[in-house]
Design a binder for this molecule. Structure first.
Ligand code: DGL
Length: 273
């Protein structure tokens, strides 16, 4: 048993999409979330920059005495998982790509046409394609970057024609030409436009890595006997810039999860940690 918190982080608010499924499946776990809202988006930055930001955040989480670090960001998982594992060999660090790749392999057959959408950086690493093909070389994997999705989502432009047009712009040809039947939402922001994508492409099965990662967290806690025995939850959400968007998005994401009362917001300037 280990009552210490689990540290989650993302470049901004996207990683919050993992929090409701986490609280549903593992309700006794305390969460410390860090969103680097002052420096988001990461998805079009140089990998060396993403690495140095991620190391700062991991340092901060380790100082909070977390028992595990969850990289709730595809961009960071696709570029920094090995580095962070090397930096902190004694702390389990979970990336978001492997659990989703496992889910693809479990739920697809060999003639499946799987699409991956993500940031420019995630797509340029081919992390999903490599991992899925290593598990099952017969699954056909296609990738495309959708760089305008994150800024629109961060601005709350979701239930709007602008978002729908942007989805058509990036995805119509991609879906049609590759006959995509399964789509991985390869950026933690994208579950926030899940209903737009479902409405526009009703026949495509969607895989949400923000949910799939929770089973991996549970498996590691079980394997190491690290589940929390406490049921008093005091989650803390840090942001490097406590913007109105971040607060609104936490409200929107947490709506209906029944955890609002336990959420505490703290403005943290990471460079001063
Ligand atoms: N949420 C991040 C991801 O999963 C990307 C957002 C960004 O570009 O910073 O890749």
């Amino acid at each position: 048993m280990d009552n210490r918190p689990i540290g989650f982080f993302d470049s901004g608010l996207g990683g919050l999409t993992s929090i409701p499924p986490m609280m549903k499946k593992l309700p006794n776990e305390k969460i410390i979330y860090f969103g680097d809202t002052a420096r988001t988006p990461y998805g079009s930055k140089a990998v060396s920059t993403i690495r140095s930001f991620s190391k700062q955040i991991a340092d901060f989480l380790v100082k909070q005495d977390v028992k595990m670090i969850v990289i709730a960001c595809n961009t960071v998982s696709s570029t920094c998982l090995d580095d962070l594992n090397e930096m902190y060999p004694d702390i389990p660090i979970v990336g978001i790509i492997e659990p989703a790749a496992d889910k693809v392999v479990r739920s697809c057959s060999e003639d499946s046409q799987v699409g991956i959408i993500g940031t420019k950086v995630t797509i340029s690493t081919h992390a999903y394609k490599t991992m899925i093909e290593a598990r099952d070389p017969d699954i056909n994997v296609f990738e495309t970057a959708c760089p305008a999705f994150v800024p629109l989502i961060e601005e709350g432009i979701i239930a709007s024609d602008i978002m729908d047009l942007t989805i058509h712009h990036y995805m119509d040809d991609f879906v049609m030409e590759n006959r995509i039947d399964t789509l991985v939402l390869g950026c933690t922001h994208y579950p926030l436009i899940r209903s737009n994508i479902e409405r526009i492409y009703p026949d495509i099965k969607l895989i949400n890595p923000s949910e799939e990662i929770i089973s991996s967290i549970d498996a590691i806690l079980t394997e190491r006997d690290m589940h929390s025995g406490e049921s008093v939850i005091k989650n803390v959400f840090y942001a490097s810039d406590l913007s109105e968007n971040f607060i609104n998005m936490i409200d929107a994401i947490m709506k209906g999860s029944g955890v609002d009362a336990n959420v505490k917001f703290i403005n943290l300037e990471i460079n001063q940690v």
